[in-house]
Write a protein that binds this ligand. Structure first.
Ligand SMILES: [Mn+2]
Length: 311
């Protein structure tokens, strides 16, 4: 890590208002719904809403099927996200990207790795009900939000693999998935072949979230110069997060996960956070919205830690 340059600023939110990668596209309304809800005003940290990025055309207006036809919108959005995240880090602020569907991850983490010059030295904890590690060849749905982890590992459309520079953003050794319980053979085979550590939901239930998370944290910090966390809200049980694009039963319990995540608040190696797949149309009684608030309160670094983050 570079020495002597300290984070001096605040939390910078970037909204990714796109559902182009999903079959259910209302997640494009997620960032606006979060911003307008007013819950951010209750955060105990200083923050700014840097910008909301919108696709060239709304996915809900244009009824294109999932697959190649949607790629131009997705690659444009991912590239703009990568650049925006880079601007945040160059100002020594802490980026929080709000989706939108999970295709954004291909842009967010490309932007972090490029800006911090730690390509293949960036750890990533991927909290999700799914693996998001398909390629167009293995995906039954052809929806791009099932592919961003494969893109980051170097497998996928070249426009999504090589967003700011050529070559894979992540080394598979530095990646962990937590909460997986719905996946297809092709993506599981890719992750297995690459040696990516997957903590399936069954293992989380057996060993407890706290134990698994601490192990995952240790894993992504080994041999890396910083790490990130991406949270697909569908990792959580639909009881705690009904407002998501693709709900899956038997998920993480917020009550169990939130206390364990507070360890991140004190970790100066955490460089960025991403929370995705919020679908306000499906939320019930503001449950998902309040989960997002609780995640932010439990994870975001306080101002004391902000002074210690080397970028
Ligand atoms: Mn996902």
């Amino acid at each position: 890590m570079n020495q002597g340059i300290k984070v001096s600023g605040c939390i910078s939110f970037i909204g990714f208002a796109s559902g182009w990668g999903a079959q259910v596209r209302a997640t494009e309304q997620g960032p606006d719904a979060l911003y307008k809800s007013g819950i951010l005003s209750t955060l105990p940290v200083s923050w700014e809403w840097k910008e909301t990025l919108f696709p060239l055309k709304s996915a809900q207006d244009l009824h294109l099927p999932s697959g190649k036809e949607t790629l131009p919108y997705i690659e444009d959005m991912c590239k703009r996200t990568a650049l925006s995240v880079g601007e945040v880090l160059q100002r020594h602020h802490f980026p929080v990207v709000i989706g939108g569907d999970h295709t954004v991850a291909a842009g967010t983490w490309a932007g972090v790795a490029f800006s911090l010059k730690n390509k293949q030295k960036l750890g990533l904890i991927w909290i999700d009900a799914h693996m998001d590690a398909h390629t167009m060849e293995t995906s039954p749905s052809k929806a791009y939000h099932g592919m961003p982890l494969a893109d980051l590992l170097g497998y996928g459309d070249s426009s999504l693999v090589n967003i700011l520079e050529n070559g894979p953003v992540l080394n598979p050794q530095h990646v962990c998935l937590i909460g997986v319980r719905s996946y297809e053979e092709g993506e599981a085979a890719l992750l297995k072949r690459l040696g990516v550590r997957v903590y399936y939901m069954s293992e989380v239930q057996e060993r407890g979230f706290d134990t698994v998370f601490q192990e995952a944290l240790h894993h992504v910090k080994q041999g890396t110069t910083g790490f990130g966390v991406t949270i697909d809200l569908d990792a959580f049980d639909p009881e705690d997060a009904p407002g998501v694009g693709t709900p899956e039963s038997q998920g993480l319990k917020a009550q169990e996960a939130l206390p364990a995540l507070t360890i991140l608040q004190r970790d100066p190696d955490l460089k960025a956070l991403e929370i995705v797949e919020y679908n306000p149309e499906r939320d019930r009684g503001g449950k998902t919205l309040s989960l997002i608030r609780d995640l932010l309160i439990n994870i975001l670094p306080n101002s004391e830690i902000m002074q210690k983050i080397d970028i």
